[in-house]
Ligand binder design. Structure first.
Ligand code: ASP
Ligand code: CP
Length: 307
């Protein structure tokens, strides 16, 4: 088993499949009256969040607690980071407290890689800048597999602000490893020209959402990440929605069995309409629940559990 999960590229097909299979076993636990396993008793998991998060932070905390680990939640707001303390010194402080795993979210791409050279424990990337979000890709793959029964040969469209999306990057890598065929869709300004080739040569690119939908098993809508935009990448929000937003009329172009995903948080009315987000084809709430199982599997396996 790997020690760190910094990128979806750290996972080969066998390791990724083992994590998904373990997540399925963890999910079975959620239905029981007592949801706890004693597996990580005596181990310490630190959640180190330099960037805001709802789903990822809560689900890592729930995952670690369900495995009986001691959990320390650190958020940069309210910490000595405001006094200028560096990531390295913060990491060494956590190290001194005996962290067996550090889950890090940071606005700087590559922060988990740096951290791994300073601490002894496992480092898990919970989202670094515009780079990667590997546990999101795992929970997404888990959701696709449990809804559609397979990943190999699955056709997945990832739609919208690919340029700023760490979710898109990690999904392209993981889904390709597991045999799915990814098509990136969005305005040319939000899909870097060389991204498909750089990430995975089999990835396709399209600027026309309507023509792609009839052939897809999964459509994953991405949030338009205005907080990362220094320039204007499209004429207006209305124009963006008109061409790349998923509304009911567009959703009907999908095959009957196809599912609609979104990592959250959503801009309802921008990349996805409320009717689509709340429809029976949407797996958005399910993704959040699956996030706990997937993160339990990651913590369990990285910290030395057997399959
Ligand atoms: N929550 C995801 C992330 O942190 C996606 C998003 O923010 O749009 O990358
Ligand atoms: N999907 C996701 O990472 O959500 P948060 O930013 O709320 O953690």
């Amino acid at each position: 088993m790997i020690k760190h999960l910094r990128s979806a590229a750290d996972l080969d097909a066998a390791t990724a499949t083992l994590i998904l299979d373990t997540a399925a076993e963890m999910a079975a636990l959620a239905g029981r009256e007592v949801k706890k396993l004693p597996t990580l008793r005596g181990r310490t998991v630190v959640n180190l969040f330099y960037e805001d998060s709802t789903r990822t932070r809560i689900s890592f905390e729930a995952a670690a607690k369900r495995l009986s680990a001691d959990v320390i939640n650190f958020s940069a707001k309210g910490s000595s980071v405001s006094k200028g303390e560096s990531l390295k010194d913060t990491a060494l402080t956590l190290q001194a407290m005996g962290a067996d795993a550090v889950v890090i979210r940071h606005s700087a791409s590559g922060a988990p890689h740096r951290l791994a050279s300073w601490v002894d424990g496992s480092v898990i990337n919970a989202g670094d800048g515009t780079h990667e979000h590997p546990t999101q890709a795992l929970l997404d793959a888990y959701t696709m597999r449990s809804r559609l029964g397979r990943l190999d040969g699955l056709k997945v469209a990832i739609v919208g602000d690919v340029l700023h999306s760490r979710v898109a990057r990690s999904n392209v890598l993981l889904l390709s490893t597991l045999g799915a065929q990814v098509t990136l869709v969005g305005p040319p300004t939000l899909i870097p020209v060389d991204i498909a080739a750089a990430l995975e040569p089999k990835t396709k690119v399209s600027y026309d959402l309507d023509s792609v939908l009839p052939d897809m098993d999964v459509v994953m809508m991405l949030r338009v990440q205005t907080e990362r935009m220094q320039d204007s990448y499209f004429p207006s929000a209305r124009e963006y929605s008109r061409r790349y937003g998923l509304d009911l009329a567009r959703m009907r172009k999908l095959p009957e069995h196809a599912i609609v995903m979104h990592p959250g948080p959503m801009n309802r009315g921008m990349e996805i309409t409320p009717e689509v987000a709340d429809s029976s084809r949407s797996t958005i709430v399910e993704q959040v629940a699956n996030g706990v199982s997937a993160r339990m599997a990651v913590l369990y396996l990285l910290l030395g559990g057997k399959a």
